[in-house]
Design a binder for this molecule. Structure first.
Ligand code: OGA
Ligand code: MN
Length: 200
């Protein structure tokens, strides 16, 4: 098996401590800039395949207006990110007994004017999503471009998190959060660390 390692500068103990204390953690400069450019290119090269995320099984919801593309094994560059998350899950399982078995991930693209209203990724433990992660792929982001992740931590405190390029935000999937209206093209990989295996 190919050896996949968590980048050496990730402070795993700090991330685990943040998750424990606050229910979320932010990893800045998560990967090399070479990797970030490569994954961004991989995402952009598939933009014509993205689908309206609001339509599921023919049912249209008005809670979100972003576009997504589920990751496939042939997306080799983004696959390295999910492998890193898979490895990080082992540390989470050891620390918190979360029983994470699988990573589920898609690219997301918010065009100007798009948003994702207040929601939880795993309301009332109805699915196996334990930890949500968002990795921001666009090449730059300015503070007045909107598109912030607004998240309520496990102690009830609200945080407004900028979608900084090369940042990963990890949070408990049961926490309330939203993506504020973006004014620019906003690219990411959303991945869920799941304690069940997908029924495919
Ligand atoms: C999601 C989500 C947050 C973000 O995809 O479920 O809440 O910052 N994303 O993109
Ligand atoms: Mn979400």
């Amino acid at each position: 098996m190919e050896a996949v390692i968590i980048p050496g500068d990730w402070n795993v103990d700090q991330i685990l401590d943040d998750l424990d204390q606050h229910g979320f953690s932010i990893v800045d400069d998560a990967y090399s800039s070479e990797y970030q450019h490569a994954v961004s290119q991989e995402c952009l090269s598939h933009l014509n395949e993205f689908r309206n995320a609001a339509i599921q099984n023919g049912v249209v919801s008005n809670i979100r207006s972003d576009h997504i593309l589920w990751l496939r094994p042939e997306f080799q560059i983004s696959h390295l990110h999910t492998q890193t998350l898979q490895q990080f899950s082992q540390a989470l399982n050891r620390a918190f007994y979360l029983g994470i078995k699988e990573i589920e991930a898609h690219f997301a693209c918010y065009h100007a004017g798009e948003f994702y209203a207040l929601h939880r990724d795993n309301p009332q433990a109805k699915n196996g999503r334990m930890i949500s992660s968002v990795y921001y792929l666009h090449e730059q982001w300015q503070a007045d471009w909107g598109g912030e992740l607004r998240l309520q931590d496990k102690n009830g405190q609200w945080h407004i998190i900028q979608p900084q390029p090369n940042r990963i935000v990890l949070f408990q999937s049961d926490l309330l959060h939203e993506v504020l209206i973006s004014k620019q093209q906003r690219l990411s990989i959303t991945a869920w660390l799941r304690s069940d295996t997908a029924l495919v």
